[in-house]
Ligand binder design. Structure first.
Ligand SMILES: CC(C)(COP(=O)(O)OP(=O)(O)OC[C@H]1O[C@@H](n2cnc3c(N)ncnc32)[C@H](O)[C@@H]1OP(=O)(O)O)[C@@H](O)C(=O)NCCC(=O)NCCS
Length: 169
């Protein structure tokens, strides 16, 4: 059943803060999510991204044992105006947490944090095969300023690029 507002059904959303929580404290869970979700396509640069202060990461944890069951991260987009454009590099939920609308909560928190850090746009390359591109197109309809299709250089198949104006919260 989709979640809404603060009713996260035993889950909580957290903005990862490298000054308060170490990468070592979350790396097991984050790498586990990436490995289960993306298998051999998991990004080997993930540890470096999480340890960079320029990265914004949002974690979805179980309230009872703090286990991380979903995560996403974004960083300055070096192919655009990196002061105001952040690239969302990964969005992943463990399979048993997919299909419950939780991506909306992760994206909302990520957007809020990007706005706080002074960004105006977020970009992403989103899979066409699993329907996620359609969900992004539907939910950011009025805020998409650029979109086109590509074939992933990293073996993720056909993807749609989106550049989205960040919303007001
Ligand atoms: C793709 C993935 C992130 C989607 O997350 P999810 O929580 O399972 O998504 P759901 O299928 O529950 O759909 C989310 C619902 O919230 C809606 N939604 C609301 N706000 C949204 C937002 N900001 N972003 C996306 N969807 C949003 C969607 O439209 C959808 O509703 P609908 O089916 O009625 O259209 C997740 O399934 C996953 O981790 N898959 C494997 C990894 C992957 O493919 N990652 C993406 C890489 S491109």
């Amino acid at each position: 059943m989709p979640v809404n507002g603060n009713d996260l059904d035993g889950l909580k959303i957290e903005v990862f803060d490298i000054t308060k929580t170490s990468w070592e404290a979350i790396c097991h869970d984050v790498l586990n999510v990436e490995k289960i979700v993306f298998g051999d396509k998991a990004d080997p640069e993930l540890p470096a991204f999480y340890q960079s202060p320029a990265t914004v990461a949002v974690l979805l944890r179980k309230r009872n044992d703090n286990m991380i069951v979903g995560c996403c991260h974004a960083f300055p987009n070096a192919n655009d105006d990196s002061e105001i454009v952040a690239h969302v590099d990964s969005m992943a939920l463990l399979p048993e947490y997919q299909g419950r609308g939780l991506v909306a909560e992760l994206n909302r928190q990520l957007e809020k944090e990007l706005i706080k850090r002074g960004y105006t746009f977020m970009t992403m390359h989103v899979s066409l095969a699993n329907g996620y591109a359609g969900k992004i197109a539907k939910n950011y309809e009025n805020r998409i300023v650029e979109t086109y299709d590509i074939v992933s250089k990293y073996g993720h198949g056909s993807q749609r690029y989106f550049k989205i104006r960040l919303g007001a919260f």
